[in-house]
Design a protein around this ligand. Structure first.
Ligand SMILES: *[C@@H]1O[C@H](CO)[C@@H](O)[C@H](O)[C@H]1NC(C)=O
Ligand SMILES: *[C@@H]1O[C@H](CO)[C@@H](O)[C@H](O)[C@H]1NC(C)=O
Ligand SMILES: *[C@@H]1O[C@H](CO)[C@@H](O)[C@H](O)[C@H]1NC(C)=O
Ligand SMILES: *[C@@H]1O[C@H](CO)[C@@H](O)[C@H](O)[C@H]1NC(C)=O
Length: 966
């Protein structure tokens, strides 16, 4: 699903960013047994000179090489010499400060610039490490192939780009070569050159593009001394057939993230009898791995995550007794966790999350005494957590979130978990029952207890937890005032989510942090009972959600002289009782991405300065009392994808500058007093629109034919205006309604769109919008016939053309609209027989044909049989048959294809009952629409907490929605 892709791809990006952070190599070269000596031996003059030339071409912002002066080059930073000859043996210029520690993703400690060939004069160089620097897209220099004595060469995470020079193949003494994670697109067309590296023990080509070197493994197979091989994320979609395996001493093999197009585990893995560490994550693998483990295996670390392995794989893995690390997350493991898991007594890390596991957690897991990480999230496990699991005293991370576990957890359960740092219980039927004086034995960094029962009192034990960075107690049944000590604690937490409780009192007092460095902090307190007014807005926060509370007063102004840390990304104050005008100082958060002030009591104009928020993607000011015209400065918001100004008192015309909002996907201007024609530029320029709603304004004139150019459009609502003329015949050009196909869909899944007020307001959650197709043109002055072309919109679920002056017959092809759930053609001047094909509409659950001039027998059969409310057909005196009381046999049959004369049945003024009837009918129809929209929770368990939290939020919203409509 779309949201899933969104979440995983961004976590991959982050994974990538963070994996560039230097980690001490597992490879043993770092510890130098060599005669490297940082001392006062005199260095060789020509080598010193070569180093100076080398330095000269480097960019060294942080002056790391400030010690590179004077004669004693052997004591220079990163230089190591032979202790007798003084010849330079080692050059270690690895950057050990995290790459991107500042907000601009600029590495200040990195070396950059050019690499001069003067290095070649260091003829005895054995060790060269330039990793984790930022050479920003230069090529790996071919002259490195002249450093014949090199034993160790590390160019990883250093920003090298382009083709790897085959000259590196001349380094016949090289024992370790790392070209991984360049951050650019390092590639090699042919791995033939590696054959020259006959002494190689370790080879890392992670993220090197090997698309055109698919059989590269054959060359690597010529390296008999290889013990470490990392080929993850190399686009190696083919795993080659190796008839005889040479690299049998391989101990560490990483082939992860290659998306092999062959579902089998490479059979030659079986010959690698010394393998300790095998990583095959994200590869589409499904076929049996059994053979690999039937025999005695030496494996200690096994990553099979994100493949399609099933329960039999888990079962056979239970024989691999030496395993300490097992990741089988995000596979197809069904059924219950086998009790044989208890045989893996050496396990420290077990991840079975995001599978299809059922039944209870076997108590055998509690018999794995070394376990430090246990991750069982996103399965269907039920029952209580086995008691002996709480005896796992080494446990540091316990994640059983998003299952169906039950039970009450008390202080006793946690008594032995002294080492616990991360506790994730979110999304189970669990309750936490501890006394208010409980002092837990642990200091947690991460607490996730959303959707379990923590309340009703605010958990006092939180006060003892001084190291919390992430706190999630969404919807945890807490009905209490927020204690003042929590406000203090809260200042150190990176992410707090206490939304959907019944917390009362003043909202948090947001004390000004020293805005020295921008930190990403997130506070979610929506859907509580906070009241009173806000004194100030926090200035050092990236996301603030106070929506759905009872906050009153004005939205705070900045105090004079207050500086804003411009890092705020989302500000949600919607669904409160804020009054007054929208303060202009909000415009100082120039990087705002989402601004939602909808459903308040705000008045005055829409501030012109909002047009300065160039990053804004979502602007929602709906349902306030904003007046005057739409400022034309909004046309500057070039990245805007959602604009909601509906439900205000806006008047005048649409500013023509709005035609620049090319990325707009949703535009809701409904329920205002706008008076304009439908401008042609909407169809011509806003070509990304999915959702267009102008309902209940004073739009007049004809429906612009250019709207047919909106090929992604899914919801078109122009109801309750003064539109006149014909319905365009070109609606069949709106391909989204015809084929349902959609390209890239960038709507923020958290966002909701309102549409159709018929007795009940409906919110389409943006995810669901993918599946909704609706055309509503009711209550205008449209004339002419219903165009046949509308019958090509086979994706339509809602079609409402009621209350116009449409004439002619109901098109025979109405039966094409197979998806239709709500069809309202009432109060027009349609005549003739109801087409038989209407009974082909199997999804139809709300129909209204009343007050037309229809005649003849009402078709029956199929779904129509269930629509028995006679008011559906009311006011068509020529109709007969069920569910109307009059029998067709006693009724005068209509003349073939002609209108009957008996259509004088209703008085135009008496419509009150009609509205009463249509409301519930409509709601029922939408129930159907929403019914199919529930989506499966199946996404990958996210590595990165805040990504998870974003995804969780989607889940929450959908669950909420699901509940509302049950
Ligand atoms: C290096 O310096 C130390 C004192 O700092 C001295 O004892 C030693 O003799 C010197 N070695 C050489 C080779 O000059
Ligand atoms: C490096 O060696 C080359 C030839 O081997 C020589 O011409 C050059 O002067 C040397 N450079 C330095 C800095 O000694
Ligand atoms: C890898 O290289 C191939 C061929 O040069 C290219 O088509 C492909 O886009 C590259 N893949 C990536 C991820 O850059
Ligand atoms: C194994 O390596 C040797 C060289 O060390 C090579 O001659 C031979 O072809 C290799 N075998 C395979 C199957 O690649």
């Amino acid at each position: 699903m779309e949201h899933l892709l969104l979440c995983t791809s961004s976590s991959l990006l982050l994974l990538f960013l963070f994996s560039s952070v230097p980690i001490t190599s597992q490879f043993p070269f770092g510890s130098s047994k060599q005669a490297y000596h940082h001392s006062n031996v005199t260095c060789i003059e020509s080598e010193r000179y070569a180093l100076l030339l080398f330095k000269h071409e480097l960019k060294d912002e942080s002056n790391r090489l400030s010690s590179w002066i004077g004669e004693a080059c052997c004591s220079w930073e990163g230089v190591g010499c032979h202790k007798i000859t003084g010849s330079i043996l080692k050059l270690d210029l690895r950057n050990t400060v995290p790459l991107y520690s500042d907000e601009d993703y600029h590495c200040t400690n990195c070396l950059g610039g050019q690499l001069t060939p003067s290095l070649v004069n260091l003829t005895n160089l054995r060790y060269l490490d330039l990793s984790s620097n930022s050479f920003s897209g230069i090529q790996v220099p071919a002259f490195l192939g002249l450093l014949k004595n090199l034993r160790y060469l590390n160019l990883s995470s250093a920003g090298f780009d382009g083709e790897i020079p085959h000259h590196l193949g001349n380094l016949s003494h090289l024992r370790y070569l790392d070209l991984g994670d360049s951050g650019f697109s390092l590639s090699t067309k042919d791995l033939g050159w590696v054959v020259g590296l006959s002494s190689l023990e370790g080879l890392v080509l992670s993220m090197v593009n090997l698309t055109t070197a698919q059989d590269g493994l054959r060359s690597i197979n010529m390296l008999p001394s290889l013990t470490t091989l990392e080929l993850d994320s190399c686009d190696l979609f083919i795993h080659p057939h190796l008839s005889q395996v040479n690299f049998t001493s391989l101990a560490f093999l990483d082939l992860g993230e290659n998306n092999f197009n062959n579902y089998t585990v490479p059979p030659w893995l079986r010959n690698l009898t010394g393998l300790h560490d095998l990583r095959l994550g994200q590869n589409n693998l499904s076929d049996p791995i059994h053979a690999l483990f039937d025999q005695k295996t030496s494996l200690v670390h096994l990553d099979l995550s994100s493949n399609r392995f099933d329960a039999s794989t888990l079962k056979s893995l239970c024989k691999a007794r030496d395993l300490t690390y097992l990741d089988l997350s995000d596979n197809n493991v069904q059924g219950s966790i086998p009790s044989e898991i208890g045989q893996l007594v050496n396990l420290t890390y077990l991840d079975l999350s995001s599978n299809d596991l059922q039944g209870s957690i076997p108590s055998e897991i509690g018999q794995l005494p070394k376990l430090t990480n246990l991750v069982l999230a996103f399965n269907k496990l039920n029952g209580t957590i086995p008691t002996n699991l709480w005896q796992l005293t080494k446990l540091q991370a316990l994640d059983v979130g998003y299952n169906s576990l039950t039970g009450v957890l008390s202080e006793d359960h946690f008594a032995k978990l002294r080492e616990l740092k991360s506790l994730r219980l979110t999304g189970n039927s669990l309750a936490l029952n501890v006394s208010s004086s409980w002092v837990p034995p642990f200091q947690l960094h991460e607490i996730r207890m959303g959707f379990i029962i923590v309340g009703p009192r605010f958990p006092a034990w939180l006060r003892t937890q001084k190291e919390v960075e992430e706190l999630d107690m969404r919807n945890a049944s807490i009905s209490d005032a927020i204690p003042s000590w929590f406000r203090v604690l809260c200042r150190n937490i990176t992410s707090v989510d206490l939304s959907s409780n019944s917390l009362t009192g003043n909202p948090l007092e947001f004390k000004q942090h020293r805005p020295s460095r921008y930190r990403s902090r997130r506070i979610f307190l929506s859907s509580n009972k906070f009241d009173g007014s806000l004194k100030s807005l926090p200035l050092d926060i990236s996301d603030l959600d106070l929506s759905h509370n009872f906050l009153t007063g004005h939205i705070p102004q900045l105090e004079v002289g207050q500086t804003v840390v411009p890092g705020m990304r989302s500000l949600l104050l919607n669904d409160n009782r804020f009054t007054g005008t929208i303060p202009k100082n909000l415009c100082k958060w120039e990087y705002l991405y989402i601004l939602d002030l909808s459903n308040n009591l705000l008045s005055g104009r829409v501030p012109l300065c909002l047009g300065n928020l160039r990053d804004l993607r979502i602007l929602n000011l709906a349902n306030n009392s904003l007046s005057s015209q739409i400022p034309s400065s909004l046309g500057n918001l070039r990245r805007l994808s959602k604009l909601h100004l509906n439900g205000n008192k806006l008047v005048g015309k649409l500013p023509t500058s709005m035609q620049h909002l090319r990325y707009l996907q949703a535009l809701d201007l409904g329920d205002n007093g706008l008076k304009d024609i439908i401008p042609a530029w909407i169809g011509e320029r806003l070509s990304n629109l999915r959702f267009l709603r102008f309902q209940s304004n004073n739009f007049h004139g004809p429906i612009s034919h250019t709207l047919c150019q909106l090929s992604f459009l899914r919801v078109l609502n122009l109801a309750h205006n003064n539109l006149s003329g014909f319905i365009p015949h070109c609606f069949n050009n709106i391909t989204a309604m015809v084929s349902g196909l959609d390209g890239d869909y960038g709507i923020d899944p958290q966002e909701s769109l309102q549409d159709i007020k018929g007795g009940r307001e409906v919110e389409y959650y943006a995810l669901n919008l993918l599946l909704v197709n609706s055309v509503s043109l009711s209550a205008n002055n449209l004339v002419g016939e219903i165009p046949d072309e509308i019958m090509e919109l086979v994706q339509l679920q809602v079609l409402n053309l009621s209350q116009n002056h449409l004439t002619g017959r109901i098109p025979k092809k109405i039966g094409n609209l197979k998806q239709i759930e709500t069809l309202d053609l009432s109060m027009n001047e349609l005549f003739g027989a109801i087409p038989e094909s209407l009974s082909d509409l199997y999804s139809l659950n709300s129909l209204n044909l009343s007050y037309n001039k229809l005649s003849g027998p009402i078709p029956s059969g199929n779904q129509l049989q269930t629509l028995t409310d006679p008011s559906i057909y009311e006011g068509n005196s020529g109709l007969c048959g069920k569910p109307l009381p009059n029998n067709c046999s006693e009724h005068k049959l209509p003349t073939k294809n002609g209108p009957t004369d008996e259509d004088e049945g209703h008085s135009e003024s008496d419509w009150s009952w009609f509205y009463a009837g249509i409301g519930p009918g409509f709601a029922a129809g939408l129930l159907g629409v929403l019914g199919i929209l529930l989506f499966k929770k199946s996404w990958r368990y996210a590595y990165f907490k805040f990504i998870e939290s974003a995804c969780d939020k989607i889940w929450v919203k959908t669950t909420r929605l699901r509940r509302n409509f049950r």
